[in-house]
Design a protein around this ligand. Structure first.
Ligand code: GDP
Ligand code: IMO
Ligand code: MG
Length: 434
């Protein structure tokens, strides 16, 4: 068995957390490679719910190493409160969690900048999670970011912080939001955070590569999803990091030659949180029914998720970008009550079929989804653990998706609990996870 990337094939919230938690048992290390506490991965274990934001879901498996790679942006306050919550739930964190010294540090000023930019009159807001993720990545790319290694060196940190904040103050004054900044207090708080996280910080690229040389295996946990990727997603309605498979290497320092498999996670339908184009959005009662049955409310912000139908052209695009070996289809049970299930099989603009994912918002808004209606199974799949026990029409639905997307469906999730999962015998998925 090699190293495997598990990532979202849609706009996030596909159920990556559940799948990573379930299969992390078979790996030595679980590593996150991008994003920050904008992610919300809900894992249900014997009725106990855990919501992971910055920390890889592997932390829930005793004895597994969980790594926060260099590709993340870390709000230390959010990280420490997540650690405290896990500890009070009886999860062993010390000795199991490793944080990259090259990850970037997120400051309150990033949230403030984002609030200002999202709320600016005349701007179409992205509908972000308001965590300051975008502005922190802006500082990273602008080569003025402060990294965890800098934070740990008080002298270096003070000098960097004061210099970076000088620039922020100029901007904040110009924008009339200067009063809200308490720079000195924040600096003191961050110095205190540094002392708490210090024992967990190391060069995680070295840690991962030396573990690999010893024959250990890594499961890479994506956050967000392919269509929220900064390069390949529905720009500008995306997040600010590389959520697709390529990000796993840049975000951890593990070379591409050591990746053994790539698994996409998709819902049996599709959702998105925040603004942006959505060709298969169901704005009628069916969308409401999906939201209700799937409990489609954001784990981070509580916002209702926009719901719609499975989008084949989008999935094919995601498969191309990521090179999926296999697909996990989650939340099949949410569709149990539908008489008919529309599946978008193509995009059309006027009389022309659109075969490629349009690169612009206007291009995506301009396409019309062409649907084929698949008969629903109208019986319970919730909790089914064997493929043979699925209703014939549910199997037909999955076969249709497999045929149209060109990607094997190697695993099906029928409920939030670990056990409510089907692995297809003889699939590439089974081989990758064996
Ligand atoms: P992630 O961000 O990709 O990890 O996904 P989220 O955790 O944000 O959202 C997925 C939600 O669906 C969580 O509340 C899961 O507990 C839940 N879930 C995962 N798989 C299934 C499934 O097969 N059926 C049902 N009904 N719920 C599921
Ligand atoms: P997980 O890992 C769903 C969305 C936001 C917004 C856009 C940009 O749980 O799948 P940001 O705060 O990142 O700058 O917001 O991206 N978004 C997510 N949507 N699941 C997520 O994470 C998301 N993380 C960000 O709603 O539209
Ligand atoms: Mg989520």
């Amino acid at each position: 068995m090699g190293n495997v990337i598990i990532l979202g094939a849609q706009w996030g919230d596909e159920g990556k957390g559940k799948i990573v938690d379930l299969f992390s048992e078979r790996f030595d290390i679980v590593a996150r490679y991008q994003g920050g506490h904008n992610a919300g991965h809900t894992v249900l274990i014997n009725g106990r719910q855990f919501v992971l934001k910055l920390i890889p879901s592997g932390i829930l498996r005793p004895g597994k190493k969980a790594v926060i790679g260099n590709g993340l942006v870390i709000d230390p306050a959010a990280l420490l409160s997540e650690i405290d919550a896990l500890k009070s739930a009886g999860i062993a964190v010390d000795g199991n969690l490793f944080i990259s010294n090259r990850a970037h540090v997120l400051f309150p000023v990033h949230r403030m900048m984002e609030k200002m930019s999202e709320g600016r009159p005349g701007r179409v807001s992205i509908g972000t999670t308001s965590r300051g993720i975008g502005p922190c990545y802006e500082d990273k790319t602008g080569r003025r970011g402060i990294r965890i290694a800098d934070l740990l060196d008080t002298q270096v940190f003070r000098a960097q912080y004061d210099s970076v904040m000088e620039e922020k103050v100029t901007i904040a004054k110009a924008l009339g939001i200067f009063d809200a900044l308490d720079l000195r207090q924040t600096r003191d708080e961050y110095e205190a955070f540094a002392d708490r996280i210090r024992p967990m910080v190391c060069d995680t690229a070295l840690l991962l590569n030396s573990a690999l040389r010893e024959g250990q295996t890594i499961l890479f946990e994506g956050a967000q999803g392919t269509m929220l990727d900064i390069d390949h997603g529905t720009y500008p309605f995306v997040t600010s990091s590389s959520a697709s498979a390529g990000g796993a290497c840049t975000g951890t320092g593990v070379p591409p030659t050591l990746i053994g498999g790539i698994i996409g996670v998709s819902k049996a339908y599709i959702t998105r949180v925040g603004g942006g184009p959505f060709p298969t959005e169901a704005l009628d009662g069916a969308g409401e029914m999906i939201r209700h049955r799937g409990n489609e409310f954001g784990a981070v912000t509580g916002r209702p998720r926009r719901c719609g139908w499975f989008d084949v052209p989008l999935l094919r695009y995601a498969a191309t970008i990521n090179g999926f070996d296999s697909l996990v289809v989650t939340k099949l049970d949410v569709l149990d009550e539908f008489d008919n299930i529309p599946v978008c099989v193509a995009y059309r603009a006027g009389k022309q079929e659109v075969t490629e994912m349009p690169p612009t918002v206007a291009g995506i808004v301009g396409v019309e989804a062409v649907y084929e209606c698949i008969p629903g199974w109208r019986s319970q799949t919730f909790g089914i653990t064997s493929y043979d026990e699925l209703p014939a029409r549910a199997k037909d639905y999955l076969a249709f998706l497999e045929d149209r997307t060109g990607v094997e469906i190697g695993c099906i999730s029928t409920g939030p609990e670990r056990a409510q999962t089907i692995v297809r015998t003889g699939s590439r998925f089974e081989k990758l996870m064996a």
